[in-house]
Write a protein of this length. Structure first.
Ligand code: FES
Ligand code: FES
Length: 153
């Protein structure tokens, strides 16, 4: 199996095909940004992008990413670790509290903004429904996504 993760090509051992994707990313590739919140597809903390679509890694096997381009939160920042404007916007808007939901939330928002760079507040609210946040009450997260939209398109 061959996959690209954060612009780096990986040749994955075929024996890994049936392993849980989230566990594999975290345990074998040391990509620990995706979190295990529920392990059941309910919270979105494990969200990654595969070919620019948001995917709950806890619900997939490694074989799912064969031939795909994967983005995890580790791949969002630019050269020298400069934060992506969407990440910076989360900080500026106070959208990060405990931070557990943040990587998944940012990737869901990123996939959404790639498709819609001029969203309404309601569209943003709807887009992030797969992702739960126990801390913020969501308003700051929506602010952050709205403010970052100008950087897309
Ligand atoms: S850990 Fe995957 S959806 Fe909760
Ligand atoms: S910031 Fe704590 S769960 Fe969202």
């Amino acid at each position: 199996m061959k996959t690209t993760i954060n612009n780096k090509v990986y040749e994955l051992n075929d024996e890994a095909a049936d392993r849980n994707l989230l566990d594999y990313l975290r345990e074998e590739l040391d990509l620990t940004g995706a979190k295990n919140g529920c392990g059941k597809g309910l919270c979105g903390a494990c969200t990654i992008l595969a070919d620019n679509k948001a995917v709950k890694a806890c619900r997939q096997k490694v074989s799912f990413i064969d031939g795909k381009e994967v983005l995890t939160i580790e791949g969002m920042s630019g050269p020298g670790g400069k934060l992506h404007p969407l990440q910076q916007s989360f900080i500026d808007c106070g959208a990060v509290q405990c931070g557990f939901c943040t990587p998944g939330m940012i990737l869901t928002a990123h996939a959404f903004l790639l498709k819609n760079n001029n969203p309404s507040r309601d569209e943003v609210r709807k887009a992030i429904t797969p992702n739960l946040c126990r801390c913020t009450g969501y308003q700051q997260i929506i602010d952050a996504i709205m403010n970052a939209a100008v950087n897309y398109g």
